[in-house]
Design a binder for this molecule. Structure first.
Ligand code: CTP
Ligand code: CA
Length: 222
């Protein structure tokens, strides 16, 4: 019976997870997006389920297979993700693993743009809502709000600043520079940034990192 929750350290808890990229349309056949396989978010959803949580999984268009036993919401844009996340509250824990596009094209075309129109397209951008920051500052905010920070430079320093700026409790920071093989790979090497300091976790499979994060969450909520 797939809908029955196994008893575990997160039984009775609602865990909300965002995952994957968002796609922001330019026209009906083109979009801008971030790189994200959705593998880490999916691994976290699986680990949360194994711990007995009720899991709401909000995902952009990702390659990773969907996690089983979760309430799944598929979205395309950042604004759809924001709306869906807001409607899924309240939650005990919210984990923002999605690679949300920071900008959307504000002058997206309703029909396909053609090369023959002459000249280059002049795209205009608008900033997307910061879903993590919005949820972190709500009065009914989840007790534990966790963001991710994929960085290429000054990883930990940026993550410490980001944690304060966003108002979240923890940041899971990782170095996604070329050559690390983390982007699109099966492994991750993260630094957990909390209110009390930073912890470097050893490079491991994304499933192992997920398991460790969920164990850490369970320990904190206990
Ligand atoms: N995030 C979000 N909504 C956004 C942008 C980011 O929820 N519009 C979340 C991501 O899911 C992640 C965290 O915020 O958990 C940090 O994302 P990141 O892109 O590193 O932070 P930004 O504030 O967008 O800063 P940067 O300029 O480094 O991209
Ligand atoms: Ca960003």
């Amino acid at each position: 019976i797939t809908s029955r929750l196994t008893a575990g350290p997160l039984t009775g808890r609602h865990v909300l997870i965002t995952s994957g990229p968002t796609h922001e349309p330019i026209d009906p056949v083109r979009y801008i997006a971030n790189r994200s396989s959705g593998a880490q978010g999916t691994a976290i959803a699986r680990a949360a389920r194994r711990a007995g949580a009720r899991v709401t999984f909000v995902t952009g268009p990702a390659d990773a297979p969907l996690p089983e036993g979760c309430t799944i919401h598929r979205v395309e844009t950042a604004r759809q993700m924001h709306e869906t996340v807001t409607q899924a509250l309240p939650a005990d824990v919210a984990i923002f693993a999605a690679a949300v596009a920071d900008w959307r094209v504000s002058n997206a075309a309703a029909s396909k743009m053609k090369k023959t129109a002459g000249g280059l397209p002049q795209l205009e951008f608008a900033e997307n809502p910061d879903i993590l920051a919005c949820v972190s500052t709500r009065a009914d905010r989840p007790g534990l709000v966790i963001g991710f920070a994929a960085e290429t430079d000054d990883v930990v320093a940026n993550a410490i600043t980001k944690r304060r700026r966003k108002g979240c409790d923890w940041i899971v920071a990782n170095d996604v520079s070329d050559g690390t093989g983390i982007m699109g790979g099966t492994e991750n090497a993260v630094t957990l940034v909390t209110e009390t300091g930073t912890e470097d976790w050893p490079r491991a499979g994304k499933d192992v990192v997920a398991e460790r994060l969920i164990a850490r969450i369970a320990e904190t909520l206990r």
